[in-house]
Design a protein around this ligand. Structure first.
Ligand SMILES: Cc1ncc(COP(=O)(O)O)c(C=O)c1O
Length: 316
């Protein structure tokens, strides 16, 4: 690769890596798309860059105008970086439960942070961001409502997967705004109509960074439920154990939601005789080093066999 004119050129075109040792059967292959390879370390660089570029091109975002957004972390970090690069002050509304590493990163990029109460959840962070946008005359990034979110994943994430792999039989991704699963899922299904698309959510009330339970009553406008064949609910224990499994078995240092996605994908893969299963690993493990994610010495086999009765596949 020659010299790049800016860090924005590093967004997307992330690697798709096979997790050979975790395949349940010889004909079943598991692949993870490693979104931690984006410049701020998560899949959110894709949508933030695109929304900002479009908004600047249409004039919806004026030069130097402040940008505000609600985020549980990764979008805020991506916005703090790209906002700064493009000359916009940034304010991010985050729940108090956000990991300290995210707060530190936001501060390091010079973003203003507005905390919302932990119990209030992402819906109220979105409402605070909407109110601030009006009061302060800021541009609202609006990841939960912007059609550009879904479009980004349709045109980039989904298209990249299809250019790496001819046949996708199962596609599994976490659901936060729903942009990844709806956009990439739609693109993959158009090419492989038989592909099953599963969205992963945490159990209601359980904190898995970046993911959101639809059972709290907030259905993001970006989510296109018609793309989904089912959703898989994952508890923290399995998310943690599978984040460790990806690291120990394949050297992949993914975040907690990547662990949740791996657990869900392995459940879906156990029903197959053959086929390609593609997963999105939305971020890396660095931000979660302060948790006991990597140090709990639960035996992985035991955690796996302990069927969690509340983990469930719901079909619709
Ligand atoms: C770590 C992580 N995983 C998954 C997601 C879900 O992505 P989407 O918002 O496209 O549904 C997010 C979103 O913030 C995230 O931060």
């Amino acid at each position: 690769m020659g010299a790049l004119d800016s860090v924005a050129r590093l967004v997307g075109n992330t690697p798709l890596v096979e997790l050979k040792s975790l395949s349940p059967e010889s004909g079943v292959r598991l692949f993870a798309k490693l979104e931690a390879q984006n410049p701020t370390g998560s899949i959110k660089d894709r949508i933030v860059l695109r929304i900002l570029e479009r908004a600047r091109a249409t004039g919806a975002l004026a030069p130097g105008q402040q940008i505000v957004e609600a985020s549980t972390g990764n979008t805020g970090v991506a916005l703090a970086m790209f906002g700064r690069m493009l000359g916009h002050p940034v304010e991010v509304c985050v729940p108090e439960s956000v990991y300290p590493e995210i707060t530190q990163l936001l501060q390091a990029y010079g973003a203003k942070i507005r905390f919302v109460p932990r119990q209030a959840g992402i819906k109220s962070a979105v409402e605070v961001a909407q109110r601030l946008a009006v009061e302060e005359g800021s541009f609202l990034l609006n990841q939960f409502g912007s059609a550009e979110n879904l479009r980004t994943h349709y045109e980039t994430t989904g298209a990249e997967i299809l250019s790496d792999l001819d046949q996708v039989d199962v596609f599994v991704a976490g659901m936060g705004t729903g942009g990844t699963i709806s956009g990439a899922g739609r693109r993959i299904k158009e090419a492989n109509p038989g592909c099953k698309v599963f969205g992963v959510e945490p159990r209601l009330g359980v904190h898995v960074q970046g993911l959101h339970s639809l059972d709290d009553g907030f259905i993001p406008p970006v989510l296109d439920e018609s793309v989904l064949d089912g959703k898989i609910i994952v508890g923290n224990r399995h998310a943690f154990s599978h984040a460790r499994r990806a690291m120990l078995a394949e050297g992949i240092f993914g975040g907690i939601s990547s662990g949740a996605v791996l657990h869900a994908a392995m459940r879906a893969a156990s029903r197959l005789k053959r086929g390609n299963v593609v997963m999105i690993f939305a971020d890396g493990g660095w931000k979660y080093l302060g948790t006991n994610l990597w140090s709990v010495d639960d035996d992985l086999e035991t955690v796996d066999k302990a069927e969690d009765p509340l983990d469930d596949i719901l079909w619709w």
